[in-house]
Design a protein around this ligand. Structure first.
Ligand SMILES: N[C@@H](CCC(=O)N[C@@H](CS)C(=O)NCC(=O)O)C(=O)O
Length: 218
């Protein structure tokens, strides 16, 4: 048995693919196209009743949803890969803190930006909701830029300095969402340095391309 990952190109499943690749784990991809709302079809809702991507089925058949829980589970299941500091070790609290900010504070703004009509009965209000959601998403990224302790240094670009961890993946991937491919390089130098270091990792570079997250480092 191997991992089974339900996802789509450019979606949050990119983060899970990168984590599995860093763990040296193979997986079967199952396409759930967001175009056409396949994530809301009955057959997928039977797997993930939230109707969201990603969903990861563990080799023992356990269904995992929620990107944060999935990333921590991958780290826990493959401790030899050192993808998160273990409990009690310096850096774990910092990693969990900022992973939660990305999943719980930033990600919901992406939903509002992508599906503004869900958040108002007035179709005319949808564009304003999209704009505000994008603005609020960028405000969260701005908090990460200024308060997460990122140094933006070539030799220590990650959340934990020189040490890569799974906490870097959501920051790097989401920095490309909501127009971030242009906006982040222009406005968030520390996150940009982190994103470039993440996408340069050998296990991640091909997935960065597959998920169309932006140009290779110059
Ligand atoms: N809380 C979820 C959010 C996942 C999420 O919003 N995924 C997006 C794709 S990037 C999605 O499935 N959107 C489809 C929809 O909301 O209908 C997580 O962290 O995994």
């Amino acid at each position: 048995m191997t991992y089974i990952l339900y996802g789509d190109v450019g979606s949050g499943s990119a983060m899970v693919e990168m984590a599995l690749a860093e763990a040296g784990q193979g997986f079967d991809r199952r396409a759930v196209p967001l175009e056409g709302d396949h994530q809301l079809r009955a057959e997928y809702l039977a797997i993930n009743p939230m109707g969201r991507l990603p969903t990861l089925v563990l080799p023992d058949g356990t269904v995992m949803t929620e990107s944060l829980a999935i990333l921590v589970t991958i780290a826990d299941r493959h401790p030899e890969a050192g993808l998160l500091p273990p409990a009690g070790e310096a850096g774990r609290a910092t990693a969990l803190r900022w992973m939660t900010v990305m999943a719980a504070e930033a990600y919901p703004h992406v939903t509002r930006a992508d599906y503004p009509a869900r958040f108002t009965p007035d179709p005319a209000a949808a564009p304003a909701i999209r704009d505000r959601a994008q603005q609020m998403f960028r405000e969260v990224l701005g908090v990460v830029e200024r308060h997460a302790g990122l140094r933006g240094a070539p030799d220590a670009p990650f959340l934990l300095g020189a040490r890569f961890s799974l906490a870097d993946i959501p920051i790097a991937v989401m920095s490309r969402w909501c127009g971030g491919r242009e906006w982040t390089p222009a406005n968030l130098p520390r996150i940009e340095a982190l994103a470039r270091a993440v996408r340069a990792r050998p296990a991640i570079a091909p997935l960065w391309r597959h998920h169309q997250l932006g140009p290779e480092p110059a």
